[in-house]
Design a protein around this ligand. Structure first.
Ligand SMILES: C[S@@+](CC[C@H](N)C(=O)[O-])C[C@H]1O[C@@H](n2cnc3c(N)ncnc32)[C@H](O)[C@@H]1O
Length: 273
């Protein structure tokens, strides 16, 4: 039974078909950058918290085929998508369960590891979430957290209006309790939550015309798609007017032309219980 109604959950990107495609494009393009150093040994149990539609899950099960993944999301609809996505692979080492990070349906000290990607940025209380996850880890278990940071964006040619559109997304996310600049805070957040030996590494995506796969998969289909999707809300909220918004989106798209460049930094953190 779906006890948690998706509509009750505030999530700046929403749960539309376009957003599902965007999460998958994002994960596919960034697989090496974000997953190259994450491998779990045979027999260990890993909690993937906030698995969404399974965009990261397919990589986790592929890279660590002998670990067992328990994948949780507050959205039952997303969870069903995630399940179908993994069932379409040859891997059978993941199970799916609806749940809230703040009230996880597992005993304490239950998992060897936890993996959380692009979730803390949407939570009003990220330290509390990290503490809840920590309580589910056995002593010596680890957490891996990956987050973006929209303030890390820069591009050529420059455009004031383009930057204003990004600021709208940052502001809208903040209004519903999220933090689109959370990547830079991973180290203090892990420390505050009590993890030992926290360690954070920046992962920069640099895009120019020599990498057309990144131009499409990251700049267009991940980043610009994410910003474009909040246009209506940003204008309605009075954060920007329609003509500045259009100029800004044009400015972002201009960076995908032959002489354009685009940079964004993700942050990957680990800590030990
Ligand atoms: C941006 S998506 C990321 C999904 C996936 N980790 C990925 O990288 O593609 C954020 C996900 O976190 C989930 N989420 C948000 N708050 C949650 C909570 N309190 N407990 C469990 N899941 C939550 C949302 O439903 C959404 O599926």
């Amino acid at each position: 039974m779906n006890k948690i109604d998706d509509s009750a959950h505030r999530y700046v990107h929403g749960y539309s078909e376009r957003e599902i495609e965007r999460l998958v494009d994002q994960a596919t393009t960034l697989t090496d950058l974000l997953h190259s150093d994450t491998r779990y040994p045979a027999g260990v149990s890993v909690l993937e918290a906030g698995c969404g539609v399974g965009a990261q899950t397919v990589t986790l099960v592929e890279n660590s085929p002998e670990a067992h993944f328990t994948c949780v999301d507050i959205s039952n609809r997303s969870l069903q998508r995630a399940k179908a996505r993994v069932e379409a692979t040859r891997h059978r080492n993941a199970t799916f369960q609806q749940g809230d990070i703040f009230n996880l349906p597992f005993p304490d000290n239950h998992f060897d590891h936890a993996f959380v990607c692009f979730v803390l940025e949407h939570l009003e209380k990220p330290v509390k979430a990290l503490c809840r996850l920590k309580s589910k880890l056995r002593p010596g278990g680890t957490i891996t957290v990956i987050e973006g940071d929209h303030g890390s964006t820069y591009f050529y040619p420059g455009s004031t209006e383009a930057w204003q559109t990004i600021q709208c997304l940052i502001d809208l996310q903040a209004r519903i309790g999220g933090n689109a600049l959370i990547g830079r805070q991973l180290f203090p957040l892990l420390t505050k939550a009590g993890y030992r030996t926290p360690s954070v590494s920046p992962r920069m995506v640099y895009v120019d015309a020599s990498r057309p796969d990144y131009v499409d998969g990251f700049t267009k289909n991940t980043f610009i798609a994410m910003v474009e999707a909040v246009g209506g809300d940003a204008i309605k909220a009075g954060l920007i007017n329609a003509s500045t918004w259009d100029k800004g989106i044009k400015g972002l798209k201009r960076t995908t032309e032959g002489d354009g460049t685009f940079c964004y930094t993700f942050f990957k953190g680990t800590g030990t219980n």
